[in-house]
Each structure stands twice: as structure tokens, then as C-alpha cells.
Write a protein that binds this ligand. Sequence first.
Ligand code: ADP
Ligand code: MG
Length: 261
Amino acid sequence: MNVKTSLDARPIIDVRGVWKRFGPAEVLRGIDLAIRKSEVTCIIGPSGSGKSTLLRCIAFLEEYSEGEIYIEGELLGFALEGGRRRRVSDAEVARVRRNIGFVFQQFNLWPHMTALENVAMPLKLARGIPREDATKRARAMLDKVGLTNRAEAYPSQLSGGQQQRVGIARALAMEPHIMLFDEPTSALDPELVGEVLQVMRDLAAEGMTMAVVTHEMGFAAQVADTVVFIDHGVIGASGSPEQVFRRDENPRLRQFLQNYF
Ligand code: ADP
Ligand code: MG
């Protein structure tokens, strides 16, 4: 193995023994998950199994209770001191998660701003990029998701699929190394799902590192390098799509997949 492959083989997201509790509820119960550069990991599982919580912990939108999450080799959210962990400052958290983009099920666009402004605004606010440069980059991102001609439209004038593509453009504008998607097509009418999945397929083909919570098993089968099945806060199965979708020794997984195949 040459030096480059061995470096690339290091996980870009490394989740080790992570627990998340909300009061007495143990929502994540010892999650281990490694995602390497340019890999696509699809996370599947029943409602309430902890999929969103896991993704939110990886972006530190939730503070995890135990374990470690490393992003590009750096511990996220905490510093380890003599075996104890100490919460680091918000600025330090922001620095480590700076290269993570997040796309939500609900598009969360600002209704009073055009598509272009929705993509450009975070660049100005969070990155301090001057207006003209921000607008230019925002246009390029809208081109990328196939919305060149809808830049001046307001969210209410866009279909759900177009709104979600604006959401993806907004995340991509920040030039992330990692993209996290939480059920990006679940709020869409069925005929609009394909256009969003196509944008995600293109991103994967360009080598973006992605973790995708989804119920689109066709997408997972085609695009994922790894499929992870979460059940009651633990990883019940993981492997290539062929392995996970054909696995029949795990009755919970078998039962879950029966709803889809
Ligand atoms: P999934 O995305 O797989 O449907 P979630 O991660 O959203 O599941 O939720 C997993 C469990 O954690 C659920 O039982 C949910 O009620 C609980 N949960 C999620 N967020 C919170 C919260 N902020 N406070 C309390 N419980 C929560
Ligand atoms: Mg969820």
C-alpha cells in the first residue's frame, strides 16, 4: 500500500462507542461507525431507532453523552484530559465541523429570500465572503443542482424538489468535505424524489463523502458503499448493499426490509 492510499484509508468520520441519552432515554447505545473519504454510507432503520440523532451528533447539533467522534482526525466537541472529557468552546466546535454540510428533511429555506439569496446569505454571514463573490458562488451552486433559471424565485414559487435542491446548493456553497443528508426526499411528492436523488448521485460520483439517512432502498443499493441498519440505537447490521439487503440472519432487519422489497 502506498502512502497516499494508506492516508486515504483513514476514516474522515470516525464514531467510536457513542452513546446519546435524553434524560433516562438511551437513544444511541454504543455506535461504532467509520466512513472513509469519498465513501457513501446509507443509514436505514425503523422510525425512532436513532438515525437522526446519530447524524445530528456527527454534526454536533446534539452533544453526545459518551464516546468519541473524530472528524478528519480531530475530536469533535470535546478535549480529552487525563481520561476525562471537557466540552470545548463553541468556536472550537465550529472550527472542527466547518467542513460538514447538512441537508434536512424540511428544507429550512428563508421564505422572504430568493433561491440565490438563500444560498449566498450563509456565505456572507458565516464566512464573511463579500457580497459579489458570495453571489457568484451561489449562482455556480444553483447551476450545479440544475436551477440556473430559478435563481430569482422565492421558495413558495418552487416545487418541493427544487426547494430541496436549493437546500443542497446552500450546503455545497460552503465547500464541505462531508455531506450529511437526513431523509432528504421524505417530504417530497413521489414524482419529485428522482431529481433530488440524481443530484446526490452526481455528488457521489464526484467523490463527495456522504452519510445519508434514507428509505430509498433503490438509491442505497445503487450508490452506497456501505449500508448501516440501526435498530433501537445500535447497529444491527452493516456491510455492502448486497450483504445487508440479502442478509437474513437478523430477523429485525429482515422484518424491516419486508416493507420495501
Ligand atoms: P429516527 O431518526 O431514527 O426516526 P430519532 O433519532 O429522531 O430517530 O429519535 C430516536 C429516539 O430519540 C426517539 O425515541 C425520539 O423520541 C428520541 N429523541 C430524539 N430527539 C429527542 C430530544 N431532543 N429529546 C428527547 N428525546 C428525543
Ligand atoms: Mg429521523
